[in-house]
Structure formats: C-alpha cells, structure tokens
Design a binder for this molecule. Sequence first.
Ligand code: NAI
Length: 345
Amino acid sequence: MKIAFFDAKEYDKSSFDRINNGRYDITYFDVLLNKDTVVLAKGFDAVCAFVNDKIDKDVLDKLNEYNIHVLALRCAGYNNVDVKAAYKKVHILTVPGYAPEAIAEHAFALINSLTRHIHKAYNRVRDFNFSLNGLTGFNLSGKTIGVIGTGKIGKVMINIANGYGMKVLAYDLFPNHNLNCTYVSLDELYKESDIITLHAPLTSDNYHLINSDAISKMKDGVMIINTSRGGLIDSHALFDGLKSKKIGAAGLDVYEEESDVFFIDKSLEGINDDILSLLISMPNVIVTSHQAYLTTEALEEIAKVTIDNLDKGLNDDYSPNEVCYMCKNKNDLNACLKARKKSCW
Ligand code: NAI
C-alpha cells in the first residue's frame, strides 16, 4: 500500500521510518497538501497530512476522484479539513491525544520564561551584560490561572498549575468535575485570571474567541498563552492589547496566519506578515513555531497511532479516531452513525 505523506520534515521521516519499518511504501513530499499539490497523491492508496495542509472541498473531491478514501492526519486538531465535504468520500482519522504532557509542559515553559524574563536574560548574558535591571518577575504561587478547554491537555495544565500553588479557574463547554479547579463563566475567568491559557480546539463557534471585547474584560497586565490554534485569537486585537499594556505578555506557539511561515526557515528572505513581525519584536512576547508537540515521546506516539489509523482505515475496520462533521453529536445515538455502526459512514 502506498502512502503520500505531505509537509514532511526530517523528524517526521525518522520517526515514521522507524515505526513503519517497511509496512507501507511511504513517499515523503516536502510541500503542503492543497488544491495545487493534491495531484501528487494520484496513484497512492492513502494520504497523511498535518496541521497546515489545506484540506478543502477541492482537495477532497480530487482525492475521491483518485480513489483515495483514507486521510490520516498526524495531529489532534482537524480544523484544516472540510469535514462536511469529506463525508462519504474520504475517511478522516486523527491522533487525538498523543502526548498531552508535551503541549502542557511547553505552555508552562512559555509561562516560566515570560514571568522570569528568561529569554531576555539569555540574550543579555551572552553579551556579558550581567545587570538585573528590568528582569524583576513574579511568583506563580498564589496567582490565578484561567484554563480554557479542560480536555487532555487542559487537564495536565491544571495539574501542573496546582503543583505551583496557583488558584485554577476553568471554562469548558463540558466541565469535568473530577479536576482540581473551579469552573466559572468565561467573563469571570477573564476578570479574575493573571494568566489565561487556551486548550480548546478551534471550531466555527470559537473563532477569535479572544477578541478586543474579551480582552477588555481581562485584568490589566494579563498574560495570554496559546498553544492550541492561532484562530482562537484575533491577532490584531492581541497586538493592540499589548501595545496599550492591557496585556502584559503573550506566549504563542500558534498563530492564525502561521501556515506560510511556521516550520519553514525564513531567515534569509524574511516574512511579509506585519503583525507577526511586530509581535516577534516585542520584548514581552515569545513566539515558538508550533513546536509544543515536538518531543521524542510525542513523535513516536504520533507515528504509532497514524500507522494504526492507516491499518484500520484501509481495511475498513472500526477506529475510535475517525471523525466526521456529525462527531460533535456523538452523545446523540440517533445523530451519530459511528456510535451505532462503529464507522462515520
Ligand atoms: P481534547 O479534545 O482532549 O480537549 C478539548 C477540550 O476543549 C474539551 O474538553 C472540549 O469540551 C473543550 N472545548 C471545545 N470547544 C470549546 C469552547 N468553545 N470553549 C471551551 N472549551 C471548549 O483536546 P486536547 O488533546 O486537549 O487538545 C486541545 C487542542 O490543542 C487541540 O484541539 C489542538 O488544537 C491543540 N494542540 C496543539 C498542539 C501544538 O503542538 N501546539 C499539539 C496538539 C494539540
């Protein structure tokens, strides 16, 4: 069976080659999957894609035309797939929870760097500048963190925050009352939190959840951390909030216009995105290039689950990792086919 693997990087190749061990004939393409590149998939049995591949109706129709009915995403989120257009054409499989610790620990790395100005101290000391002026931080212990989205990653965030002795507020559409946190309304979370961290998936309902209205309800000097999806934050509103000092700091592992920039070495040509350039130039902002997931453990788990998803998808077997546009109704047995028939279609 032949797999067309898009947006392939060296670290993907090494983890997939190790786990695949010759099982599938994988061809690695450096390019993103989109309507211009989908032709590369012709003649393959399945496609493997990642977060910034644009899997819209045009791409899905082409895959269907090429008789490709399995698309294995090697990531958790599937906001980049037109799941409605995929229905009854291409089975979409994801890797829902490969290493929530990796993402939560990265989110906390951003929090720790920003609270203690580690990024500034690192540069200073390299210049033999040992002055501490301007590096005064604040203790996390006793501060309030607001966690939006308390699924697999949010849960680890809550545990780590409790370890720091923080007060943990949370908001989720489906609260999990077994967690050591206090669920509040979004407005209350905005009002009370010193740090707000996003761990909800990007959906059509929460696009630009953090906009100027939400920011106006937050504490002065709030820190915002986003390791989830860029589209959750209106970047212009974030920039305005930072400029006016309403927002004290931001740690961003994702950015709404990241697809042309992140994962790519742009050091020679530069970037054309003014807002991203301005954000990167701010001393109280740390941007990482969607690397929260990038640990050895996570890469191995992603490769394992993706190969298993391909096995299931290509053999028409049940996979709990299949998603479709009806999946949000998965508790409604009448609405969700997978709940009854073990397959989305
Ligand atoms: P999960 O599905 O376990 O948890 C998501 C939680 O968000 C659920 O409890 C859900 O009820 C809640 N939720 C959904 N819509 C919401 C809304 N509008 N407001 C508040 N809560 C809402 O997902 P998991 O594994 O915790 O991942 C969360 C997100 O993290 C993923 O969707 C993905 O976008 C992002 N992610 C980022 C990575 C990175 O490298 N930066 C790597 C992996 C995931």
